[in-house]
Design a protein around this ligand. Structure first.
Ligand code: DGL
Length: 259
């Protein structure tokens, strides 16, 4: 572990989803060096059991420390709910930042809104999410929408078009025509289909995701630990790693990041 300013910031997800968080991190901290770990060998996380995701994440954490990282951003809602608490207990001195569905800003933007939360089945079943939505009892109608299979569609390179629209029509059909005020994209893959979600509901529905808030929290934790990079960079330095060795994953990472 390289607990100094020269260490890299690790960003991890089961695939390309965490790129939606990495782009916010780069915007806020362009001078940091990053390792992006796409754990495509173990993807998807969202339909696995919690204990399995936990042990996968502990293995990934050890791997990242061997690569010289000073902080870890778990850019995956599923892995955050399954593993972040244990990771922090194991490595109390390392800034480890997770992400959770942006339910709070969505509820607070309205007066008693109806909020649909799209996320993986595991995220929605976990204690962390149950506790989160309990905080808004009596302040909002929150409707969880498990989206098994959507990450795979995005991993195959589809961010709009017929495949995405057909999937979304099916999931949003579950709402039975109920009027929605806000949609929370509670999986880091879903910001890449934000346009298609907006198209389905129209411009009057607001869409929230946790990427920017997570990047702000990561910056706060890195600065607080005195670990911010002292260098000044013209272009972000990022190493992309796919655990399956499949280069299509790292190519899609580049493309989604706009590099
Ligand atoms: N991107 C991940 C999340 O934020 C989940 C995708 C998966 O199922 O692996 O929850």
């Amino acid at each position: 572990m390289e607990q100094n300013k020269n260490g890299r910031v690790a960003v991890i997800d089961s695939g390309v989803g965490g790129i939606s968080v990495l782009r916010e991190l780069i915007r806020l901290m362009p001078n940091e060096k990053y390792i992006y770990l796409a754990d495509s060998k173990n993807a998807p996380y969202g339909t696995k059991a919690k204990d399995e995701v936990l042990s996968i994440m502990l293995e990934n954490t050890d791997r990242l420390f061997k690569l010289g990282v000073k902080a870890i951003v778990v850019a995956c809602n599923t892995a955050t709910s399954a593993a972040v608490r244990v990771m922090r207990e194991k490595y109390p001195d390392v800034p480890i930042v997770g992400i959770e569905p942006a339910v709070k800003p969505a509820v607070e933007a309205f007066d008693f809104p109806t909020v649909a939360v799209m996320a993986t089945p595991l995220t929605l079943a976990e204690e962390k999410f149950i506790t989160l939505i309990k905080r808004f009892d009596g302040r909002a109608d929150i409707i969880p929408l498990p989206c098994a299979g959507l990450m795979e569609i995005i991993e195959s390179g589809h961010t709009d078009g017929e495949v995405v629209d057909t999937y979304l029509n099916k999931v949003f059909g579950e709402l039975g025509g109920k009027k929605i005020d806000a949609v929370v994209l509670g999986c880091t893959h879903y910001p890449f289909v934000k346009g298609a979600v907006q198209k389905y509901f129209g411009e009057s529905v607001r869409i929230f995701d946790g990427g920017e808030g997570t990047a702000r929290e990561a910056k706060r934790r890195i600065c607080e630990s005195g670990l911010e990079s002292g260098r000044s960079a013209d272009v972000p330095e990022i190493e992309f790693i796919s655990t399956s060795g499949d280069e299509r994953v790292t190519e899609l990472c580049h493309k989604l990041l706009g590099l």
